[in-house]
Structures are given as C-alpha cells and as structure tokens.
Design a protein around this ligand. Structure first.
Ligand SMILES: C[S@@+](CC[C@H](N)C(=O)[O-])C[C@H]1O[C@@H](n2cnc3c(N)ncnc32)[C@H](O)[C@@H]1O
Length: 275
C-alpha cells in the first residue's frame, strides 16, 4: 500500500516533470497506475521507487519515460469535437493564417497528440479541402507528446474501431486500409505528420515549434494546475505567428490563465487568436 508520505513525494516529482497534478483524492489512482512499475523493477515500496527515480542516474532516465507512459491519460479519437474542426477547416479554406508569406506551408502543431488521431484528422481535413477546392495547399503538421508509448503507436498509424467510431465511411474507404478490428492509415496522410517527443514542461523544447499557424492543445490542460497552465499557455503564445490560432479542449478555458489572446467566438466553440 502507498502511504501518504510516499504519495506526496511521488506526486511532487510527477508534477515537476510533467505538470500533471494528482490531487489528494487521486492517491489510489496513482497507486494503481504505479503498481506494475514496482513489480517490473522488483521493488517492494513506493518509497524505493521514488528514490530510484530521483537518484537512479542513467537507469532513472529510462524509468522516467515509463513513468510518463503510466501517469498520462491518452484518450483520443479521430474527428473529436467537430465544431472546433469546422473552425479549423473554415480558416484554412479562407487562407486566414498563411497570408503573410504566400506559398509558405501552413504550420499546424498538435501539442499533446497521444496516439495520433488528432494530427491525422487535421491532415485529412486539409487533404479533403485540397481536393474540393482543386487548389494546392502546402501544409505540415507536427504531433508531439510526452509518452513514448503513444508516440510509437502514432507512428505505426494503425487504429481500432473505438478510435475511428466518429469517422465517415467515405473517409474510411479513402484513407484507411483493413477492416473489422484494425485500420491502417495510408501513407498519403501519414507523410504530412511528423511525430516527435516533446514535454510541454521543458521550456527549451518549444524552440523547435515556432511560427505556427495553428496549435491544437486539447484535453491536456485539465491535468495541470493553474501555475502550469499559465506557463504552457504563455509558451504556446510565443510559438504562434501573429494572428495564429490556439485551440484548447472544449471543456477548457483561458479564463484566469491568459489575457493575451483575442477570443473568437464560433457556434459551439471558441478559438484563441494571437494579437
Ligand atoms: C487526453 S490526451 C488528448 C489527446 C488529444 N489532444 C485529444 O484531445 O484527443 C492528453 C495527452 O496529453 C499528453 N501529455 C500530458 N502531459 C504532457 C506534457 N507535459 N507534455 C506533453 N504531453 C503531455 C498525454 O501523454 C496524453 O497523450
């Protein structure tokens, strides 16, 4: 059993590394998520696990990646929250964001992409627009996450029926192969999405994601406390082009977090624009 001191040590360690804050009532959740790590490492207490993370040198670095895998919640799916995607589609169609340099690719970042459904959905939306408008729309998409396990899965690009449950049959036929239980995304979509590790807590790693037209950072801020939300949102602001757009989860808000963005209100959703 995890005792309170162990909980506090591990909670603070996880918070410092990931921004994810396990509140007091989540002690049993944290315990259950870490049980297998203790078993795999042959450790008999959560205290030993904490010390192995904190002072374990090179080995600890690998274990911290395992820790990221187990403390994150990776729920996602294709075409999640359509009103936000409609706004994205409308803006790309109108060429809202890439006006300053004609011909330069639209840069889109899915900043906590989990197993890839979000960035791949965005790629499909743009590819559909290219076809409908018969117009070349250069674009590139970055999908990043803190969990190596979900990133591996995102790179593989093979999805289960739960992931694609909101995906049109027409889109399924066009961009996926396989049937029944496994659906592999075609290379024609995958090639637009660059999947990489990126920890939103590490200030230096934002440098690789500059001049974005769109940033999707959906359903991750909910795991952070106010201080970490502010830190992440300020950094994302700096990664946008002037007039670039930030989309956060539909249940999330920038109220009390940032006044720097201009909220753009659309049916069923708000997009946040850099000034
Ligand atoms: C619930 S999923 C959301 C996936 C997708 N954005 C969506 O809305 O469908 C949250 C993701 O945030 C990632 N995450 C949590 N903390 C993070 C951090 N500090 N840096 C980067 N990603 C993080 C998790 O690994 C998880 O895959």
């Amino acid at each position: 059993m995890m005792n309170r001191e162990e909980f506090v040590m591990l909670r603070d360690f996880i918070y410092e590394k990931t921004g994810i804050y396990f509140t007091e009532n989540k002690m049993y959740l944290l315990e259950s998520r870490l049980t297998n790590r203790l078993q795999d490492l042959g450790l008999s207490s959560y205290e030993d696990y904490y010390y192995s993370l904190k002072f374990g040198g090179e080995k600890a670095r690998n274990e911290i990646n395992n820790l990221f895998d187990v403390v994150t919640t990776n729920e996602t799916s294709f075409f999640r929250n359509p009103p936000q995607l409609d706004v994205f589609k409308m803006m790309v169609q109108k060429g809202c964001c890439n006006g300053d340099m004609p011909g330069s690719p639209i840069k889109i970042w899915s900043a906590a992409c989990s197993t890839g459904e979000e960035p791949y959905t965005l790629a499909i939306i743009v590819l559909e627009l290219v076809e409908a408008l018969r117009k070349n729309i250069p674009f590139m998409i970055y999908g990043t996450d803190i969990s190596a396990k979900v990133l591996e899965s995102a790179k593989r690009g093979v999805f289960n029926p739960y992931s694609i449950r909101n995906t049109d049959d027409k889109i399924m036929k066009k961009y996926f192969t396989g049937e029944n239980n496994l659906f592999a995304l075609k290379e024609q979509v995958k090639r637009y999405v660059k999947i990489d590790f990126m920890n939103l807590m590490e200030e230096n790693s934002y440098r690789a994601y500059r001049q974005m037209d769109f940033i999707f950072c959906r359903n991750v801020l909910i795991y952070f406390d106010e201080k970490m939300k502010k830190k992440v949102i300020d950094s994302l602001y700096e990664c946008l082009k002037p007039k670039g757009i930030l989309i956060i989860g539909h249940a999330e808000s920038l109220h009390n977090i940032s006044r720097a963005f201009k909220p753009l209100v659309f049916p069923g959703t708000i997009a946040y624009q850099r000034g």
